[in-house]
Design a protein around this ligand. Sequence first.
Ligand SMILES: O=C(CO)[C@@H](O)[C@H](O)[C@H](O)[C@H](O)COP(=O)(O)O
Ligand SMILES: [Zn+2]
Length: 196
Amino acid sequence: MDLANRIHQHFTDSAHLKLQAMEVLAEPIGQAAERMVTCLMRDGKIMACGNGGSAADSQHFSSELLNRFERERPGLAAIALTTDTSTLTSIANDYAYEQVFAKQVRALGQPGDMLLAISTSGNSRNVLEAVHAAHEREITVIALTGNGGGQIAEALTAEDIHICVPSSITARIQEVHLLTLHCLCDAIDYLLLGAE
Ligand SMILES: O=C(CO)[C@@H](O)[C@H](O)[C@H](O)[C@H](O)COP(=O)(O)O
Ligand SMILES: [Zn+2]
């Protein structure tokens, strides 16, 4: 396959997966948005975490709540647990990389907050540990995964919401994750501000 065909194939695969994911994810995405609005309106906050591309997604999402998405509104309480290199490196150095998000959840999280746990494999240990820490603090989890959800799916409770992309290809899963996060941002604004 030459380069042009490879590129065409990526676009085609990504487009097909988004249409397939729409059928199964629209409902949990809507539920997650409603729960996030309830959390925010009760003065809760949304903490987000993930590794690599999912760390970038965590920061992308939190910035669009703290600042704005597409409509004018006051900032909303969100924080990415992936940005403070002094915190991340000291926890990893003094304890273990597995604890870099969980220790922050235990320190910052309050009952009624929410954790957005992003992992394409569903198996990243530090995200899994953050899920456990959230449950200890009576924090509901929105898990954004793929690959069947992995160990994170097994750790979720009936109170949590699982948005699992029906694919095992990391890049394709991430492309649906980004669309999902923008759907969440739009839905939150729609629920708070009404239709434009
Ligand atoms: O962005 C990519 C691949 O597209 C990578 O950086 C990817 O995020 C990293 O391999 C992560 O460590 C994968 O972690 P996870 O999504 O399985 O939790
Ligand atoms: Zn965005």
